[in-house]
Design a protein around this ligand. Structure first.
Ligand SMILES: C[C@H](O)[C@@H](O)[C@@H](O)C(=O)CO
Length: 539
């Protein structure tokens, strides 16, 4: 691709904003970069890091937007560049530089569950897609497999990589039963006419540019943002009485949920931290009710993590139809008999999807408790009647207890890792129950809303395999063992435009296909460009 120029690729690594996370994850990143560099050198190219290891900070990541801009000011904008990721990273650290980079861009992640590097790369891919930046993407376990080596060579010689995307079919080109199309469109027309409010507690989490839906695109779906503040949430928590928090905690204990409490608040979850989370749950519902919100999202990290406990327990409870009752200051039960769909990490694409899914499932006679997960990692699994690629869908704190084997009885709250959350707070974790699912992802591309939709199966893995997968990732976080029907690992990685994926259960497989088709029609009616992915039956 660079006839007549030196065969040299620049390498940058975007990191977290949190020093503790960057330091803890540096060794893995360093090892990944060495393996990647060896693979590139084998093809006759040199690799040069565009920024160096910082001996004072003890890591070699770009750890702010400011630093990212400085790094990009000093690179040749026409040189090929690789963003190498093996950790969770903040996309805005490198987004500015990449938007004006003219040379070929390649994002690469290591196929490992250890740190959320694949998640970080998928977030960057979604952000670049939304920003209209052309890029290619690749992943590998050891950077020596044929899939990786061939595509790396394609990128080095042509500046792009073409992946197999034959699993994607546009909804516009497909015919579904008229009755279902009408059902979906009628549901959407009613929703759009009624209008809904999306409460956003501090927009934009951890540089996730892809997760912010431009207001005009959202308005076209009938949903309008109410911009709220995490400071107001904290202030409202201070007004909640301890007896009220105790009642929420006792409700969970009566349901049989486990709290893994310890003594040292620096490293253990304590009862006090859980009570603070219960106060946050009550405060969130009260604020949502005051503003008439139909769904809310708490940013949950920057700002909040420096002040109080993590919001995970709150989030998981909100997403569950069966949850502890909360009354307003005047004594009315809030959102009685219903979840208040919550979008983790204020991912507004997930918020839009989560609200529509919850309401549509209700209309279809199914329970619509849903959540996003990170696409964290995965491996082929053989045994227990399974011979498939099984994804590790894992989110950094909470999923609704109705998703877990044994519901609240199967749910536990573990302390969030101190490197991410210094003030602690517990998660709401469990192993998702086996059953048919519908998965989806709303994303922004070419300044339009799009949605990928598919069906799949949450499978039951042997206990030791679940434990192994948890050990390889984050055992504190809720896990779903998912098979995505008709979508290979590599098709998914090449296509998916976000770190998150939305999942909801269906009562049986036929109903999953039907609901997926109806949801597609509903989204299309809202002006969203829908794409079926994998084996979705059209009738
Ligand atoms: C705690 C971590 O920073 C997580 O927030 C991160 O891994 C994600 O879940 C990103 O979606």
């Amino acid at each position: 691709m660079l006839e007549g120029k030196i065969k040299e690729v620049l390498l940058v690594a975007s990191g977290d904003l949190r020093l503790s996370a960057n330091q803890d994850c540096w060794a893995t990143q360093d090892a990944m970069e060495q393996a990647l560099t060896a693979a590139i050198e084998k093809q006759g190219w040199k690799v040069r890091r565009a920024h160096l290891y910082d001996a004072v900070k003890k890591h070699g990541f770009i750890d702010s937007q400011k630093m990212g801009m400085e790094v990009f000011r000093n690179v040749d904008p026409d040189q090929p560049i690789i963003v190498a990721e093996s950790v969770w990273q903040y996309s805005h650290h490198v987004l500015a530089g990449l938007t004006t980079h003219r040379g070929p861009i390649l994002t690469v992640a290591n196929w490992s569950g250890m740190w959320p590097g694949l998640v970080g790369m998928l977030n960057l891919n979604g952000s670049l897609t939304k920003a209209g930046v052309v890029y290619s993407t690749l992943w590998s376990r050891n950077f020596d497999d044929a899939f990786f080596v061939e595509r790396l060579s394609e990128w080095l010689s042509t500046g792009k990589i073409r992946h197999d995307q034959s699993h994607v079919k546009d909804f516009d080109l497909v015919k579904i039963p008229v009755k279902e199309e009408t059902a979906g469109r009628e549901f959407a027309k009613k929703l759009k006419a009624k209008k809904s409010i999306m409460g956003v507690f501090d927009e934009g989490c951890m540089g996730m540019y892809n997760a912010i839906v431009p207001d005009d695109l959202l308005h076209a779906t009938g949903i309008f943002k109410e911009r709220l503040s995490q400071s107001a949430l904290y202030a409202a928590m201070l007004k909640v009485k301890t007896e009220e928090a105790e009642a929420v905690l006792n409700w969970m204990l009566d349901k049989g949920m486990t709290f893994n409490w310890g003594e040292d608040p620096k490293s253990d979850l304590t009862r006090e931290q859980t009570l603070e989370q219960c106060k946050m749950y009550i405060a969130a519902l009260r604020i949502a009710d005051n503003f008439g919100c139909d769904t809310i999202g708490i940013q949950y990290q920057q700002g909040l993590k420096d002040l109080t406990v993590a919001s995970d327990l709150t989030e998981g409870l909100l997403n569950n139809t069966d949850r502890p009752p909360v009354v307003s200051e005047s004594g009315d039960v809030l959102y009685a008999g219903s979840a208040l769909p919550h979008f983790n990490e204020v991912d507004e694409c997930a918020g839009l999807d989560g609200l529509i899914t919850y309401l549509l499932w209700k209309e279809l006679g199914m329970q619509g408790d849903n959540t996003l997960h990170d696409i964290r990692w995965g491996e082929h699994f053989q045994g227990n009647g399974i011979d498939d690629f099984v994804w590790v869908l894992l989110i950094s704190g909470a999923a609704p207890a109705s998703h877990f084997i044994n519901g609240y009885k199967g749910a536990a709250s573990d302390r969030q890792p101190p490197m991410f959350f210094p003030f602690g707070g517990g998660t709401l974790k469990g192993v998702s129950k086996p059953g048919p699912i519908v998965w989806s992802r709303v994303f922004v591309m070419n300044n339009k809303l799009h949605c990928d939709l598919g069906v799949g199966e949450c499978v039951l893995l042997p206990e030791e395999e679940t434990q192994r997968r948890w050990k390889e990732t984050n055992p504190q976080w809720p896990i779903m063992h998912a098979v995505l029907d008709g979508v290979t690992r590599d098709q998914m990685m090449a296509r998916h435009k976000a770190n998150h994926i939305q999942v909801v259960y269906a009562s049986d497989k036929a109903k999953a296909h039907e609901a997926c088709r109806i949801k597609a029609a509903a989204l299309a009616e809202l002006g969203i460009e829908v794409h079926f992915c994998g084996d979705v039956k059209f009738e």
